[in-house]
Design a protein around this ligand. Structure first.
Ligand SMILES: CC(C)(COP(=O)(O)OP(=O)(O)OC[C@H]1O[C@@H](n2cnc3c(N)ncnc32)[C@H](O)[C@@H]1OP(=O)(O)O)[C@@H](O)C(=O)NCCC(=O)NCCSC(=O)CC(=O)O
Length: 496
């Protein structure tokens, strides 16, 4: 492993060369002159060349102006007292006032023990500043470095829109040394580690400082992308002859049919995959990412049919990941693209007891009321509640062989005839095809397949991407209240 950079070296590695401009003023120490704490501060200054545990300033990242706050661990363990907080908060407030995206790189033993309870309560002040920054619709990107603990991890370290962590970094709430002293036995070694946090959906990526630069550039390309004045291309062409229902279903189930990952790979730019709920869960069957379709930025949440089949069916955690994506879109005013491609939600004791039905309901409610522009893509299979949870959008686009049904046609056949044998007839009668959905006002536009997405994955994904771009730009041009009113009216009048 390469050595870990200190705060200044990290900034040099991440920002554009020679772009760093510090914002810091000399700190106002709280240490009484002549006290042991004053001596410790003086010693830390002499030993490290830093004047406090935090540095702040601005620079450019791939030409984009950004604000940065970073901890220096060698300075009293990057611990946070009143002076460090003041510096941090002023920088966050300035970033908010100047409309700059904020990058934070904590590395800290948490609250500065020498300053006690007053230092502890400073985490509130920092949290207010960061929250107000987010409330202004400005991006907050966090890179958790070795080690990040205590109140820093439990406040500004855990509030990022996007969060990456340094490989092998110790990241945890109570420091392991403290734990062992308190309890007399060691804390398990493999828990407070960046990679384990990733495995539990608590961070989006584990990357070196160099890769953190690339991730931040890509994420900001979407998070800061213009929402106004985008040029809308020509209207996408319509689909040709509608396929017969059962044939469409069979085609949608082909192993080689492109899924959401192919769509992002072949049709999108600046893709940043995000990971998990941030609350200890992740589900590979539901993919969350930032991406751009042409000029149109988006939060994408997509059902990954392959991963669902390979053992990650969509359960309540997947829907909580989806709801994280919805919050992200709403907070940042980013368009949301949902991608439906599911043979159905997880059917298990764990899913039932984990609140599957309630999560579908909450996802549905959050999505239909979302203030951000929304586009739903019915990419392939669209069976049951897991599909419904991602359906209600301003615009619904359906691949020619995509479909939507209350449950797989085999299940409908079993309900009515106690056998799956009548699935093709049921599919025909239930109006599940793209053409039927268009007629019934559930779908607004069909994306052609020539003759089947599996035969032309690249062309198909590019066609879908162009359609998404077209729809998103149209929505961004519509005032938000008008957009939401039209969406609600659409679902109020469905079928009547
Ligand atoms: C972060 C660490 C894992 C790093 O371990 P290392 O072995 O690398 O380093 P270390 O323990 O020798 O620490 C380096 C020096 O920093 C000092 N040091 C560490 N944490 C400090 C803190 N919070 N305030 C003041 N000084 C601190 C150590 O005493 C040591 O001083 P010297 O070199 O002089 O010996 C460990 O320091 C640690 O567990 N710290 C406490 C983490 C924690 O539990 N924080 C919660 C605080 S309460 C809080 O934040 C509020 C909340 O929880 O909500």
């Amino acid at each position: 492993m390469t050595s870990r950079p200190d705060a200044r070296a990290l900034i040099v590695r991440v920002l554009d060369a020679h772009s760093w401009k510090p914002w810091d003023e000399p700190p106002l120490d709280r240490a009484a002159p002549g006290s042991q704490y004053a001596e410790e501060l003086a010693a830390a200054r002499a030993a490290t060349g830093y004047d406090e545990a935090v540095i702040t300033g601005e620079g450019t990242l791939d030409g984009r102006r950004v604000a940065v706050v970073a901890c220096e661990f060698s300075f009293l363990a990057g611990s946070i007292g009143v002076a460090a907080t003041e510096r941090l908060v002023r920088a966050v407030e300035r970033a908010t006032a100047e409309g700059l995206p904020l990058l934070a790189a904590p590395a800290s033993g948490g609250t500065r023990m020498q300053e006690g309870a007053l230092a502890f309560a400073q985490m509130v002040k920092i949290t207010v500043a960061v929250t107000r920054h987010r409330d202004a619709g400005l991006p907050y990107v966090v890179y958790l470095r070795h080690p990040t603990t205590g109140g820093v991890f439990a406040s500004w370290g855990s509030l990022g829109h996007v969060t990456a962590a340094e490989p092998g970094a110790l990241i945890g709430f109570l420091g392991p040394r403290v734990y062992e002293s308190l309890y007399g036995y060691p804390f398990p070694e493999d828990v407070q580690v960046a990679e384990n946090l990733y495995a539990h959906g608590l961070v989006d990526a584990v990357v070196s400082a160099e890769d953190a630069r690339e991730i931040a550039i890509r994420a900001l390309a979407v998070l800061c992308a213009p929402r106004r004045g985008l040029v809308r291309g020509p209207e996408p062409e319509d689909a040709g002859e509608p396929a017969e229902a059962w044939e469409a279903i069979m085609r949608s189930r082909r192993d080689d049919r492109p899924g959401v990952r192919s769509l992002l790979k072949l049709g999108a730019d600046d893709v940043t995959p995000l990971n998990g709920t941030g609350t200890g869960e992740h589900e590979p069957g539901l993919m969350l990412a930032l991406a751009r379709f042409g000029a149109a930025p988006a939060v994408v949440l997509g059902q990954d049919r392959r991963r669902q089949r390979a053992g990650a069916p969509l359960g309540p955690a997947g829907l909580r990941v989806a709801r994280r994506g919805m919050r992200l879109a709403s907070e940042l005013g980013l368009p949301l693209v949902t991608v439906i491609d599911t043979a159905g939600a997880a059917l298990s004791k764990a899913a039932e007891e984990g609140g599957l039905a309630a999560e579908i309901a909450r996802s549905l409610a959050d999505l239909v009321m979302l203030d951000a522009p929304t586009v739903c893509l019915l990419l392939g299979e669209g069976a049951g509640g897991a599909a419904l949870a991602l359906l209600p959008a301003d615009r619904v686009v359906c691949a020619q062989h995509g479909w939507l049904s209350p449950l797989p046609p085999e299940g409908a056949s079993a309900i009515l005839y106690r056998t799956v044998d009548f699935a093709p007839e049921i599919a025909r009668s239930q109006g599940v095809r793209a053409a039927d959905l268009l007629r019934d006002g559930i779908v607004d536009r069909i994306v052609p397949e020539r003759p089947d997405a599996a035969y032309e994955p690249e062309a198909f994904c590019r066609r879908v991407a162009r359609t998404l771009e077209y729809e998103i730009i149209g929505l961004l041009d519509t005032p938000a209240p008008e957009r939401l009113a039209a969406r609600l009216e659409r679902y109020r009048s469905l079928g009547s």
